[in-house]
Design a protein around this ligand. Sequence first.
Ligand code: SAM
Length: 200
Amino acid sequence: MIALLRDRLITDEKILKAMATVERHLFVPEPFTNRSYEDSALPIGKGQTISQPYTVAFMTQALGVRTGDKILEIGTGSGYQSSVLSVLGARVFSIERDHELLAGARKMFDRLGYRVATKGGDGTVGWNEFAPYNGIIVTAGAPDVPQPLTRQLADGGKLVIPVGSLQYQSLVVITRRGEEMERREIEGFKFVPLIGKMGW
Ligand code: SAM
């Protein structure tokens, strides 16, 4: 899997090392476990997926995580992305709307010893209590950028979020500079929908 990521120009050695450390097969249920190290999204139940390794690496690279950064993830899913962020030395906060998936992810964090603060509910409004965040990563596709999330960014912080239609999204990277929001977009992503007050 790491060789596949290198072939696709993921160059950040810390991210490659973190993704080599977190055993993806522990997050992929049967009957898909034997495909865990392919570069593809796979079903995790409840109509949801664990993101493709390339997407996890690309979004993590876009976040520019440094040790000690406070990172909010919307869409805990299997817990794989949170685990990668945790191994990178981030303080991770993660919100998931599906309580069964959240329970599974929490079990895995406990088993592997990753310290991830989690909450069940609608992540489109963020998690104000622990704001501001150095980074916010949304792992489901939104119709637009939820304003509560940009408000919860620290100065210099980045929000990485897929935005577009239900079929197709661009990855939007917003960097907060004081009250200004710098925005860039990378085309060509496909996520499950972000469902909630500021989502679909
Ligand atoms: N990051 C996950 C992982 O590593 O397995 C993959 C997440 S999956 C692609 C997207 C997740 O977002 C789903 O588990 C879905 O239930 C969740 N989701 C969708 N809308 C949400 C919302 N408003 N708040 C929190 N979670 C949401």
